[in-house]
Design a protein around this ligand. Sequence first.
Ligand code: ZN
Length: 168
Amino acid sequence: MLLIGFVVLLAGCVEENPKKLDVKIFNADGDSLGTIKLEEQAKGLKLKVDLEGLEPGVHGIHIHSVGKCKAPDFKSAGNHYNPDDKEHGLLNPKGAHAGDLPNLIVKDSGKVKATLTAKDVTLREGKTTLFTQKGTSIVVNQNQDDGMTQPAGDSGKRIACGVIKKRK
Ligand code: ZN
C-alpha cells in the first residue's frame, strides 16, 4: 500500500504535456463560439473543430505564435506559428507555416464541424511544440485563405481567437 502511495505521489510531481487539449474560441465581443479539440497523432496534431455563430462561407484558420487573444482585433496573437521559418501557404512551394491549416467552410446555419490536421506541430516538447514561452493560439479569419499570398493568405481581419494552454 505504502509503495503504491509513493508511486502515485511521484507521478503527480512530474508535469507531463497532455496528449489532448480543448481550446475555447471567442469572438470579438467575447461570446463563446465553441471548442476546438486538439489530439496528438503519431505525426502531427488533429484538430476537431466544432464552432457556431460564424458568418456562413469560407474562413481562414491558423495557429498563431503568441498565446494572447486580446479583442477586438486579436493582433496580440502575433503571426502564424512558424518554427521552421517557411513562407505562408499550403499551396506555396516555399511553404507552409507549421500553423497553416485548411480553410473552414461554415454552413448557412453559422455552424461548422470539421477535422483538420496540422502535421508539423506537436503537444510534445521540441522545436515545433505548441507550448512555447510566448504560448500559441488559434485564430479564425473573416475571409478565405488563398494558400499563397504573404503573410496570411489575404484572409482579412481576425474574427475569433482561442488560447492553447494546459489546464491547471
Ligand atoms: Zn501562414
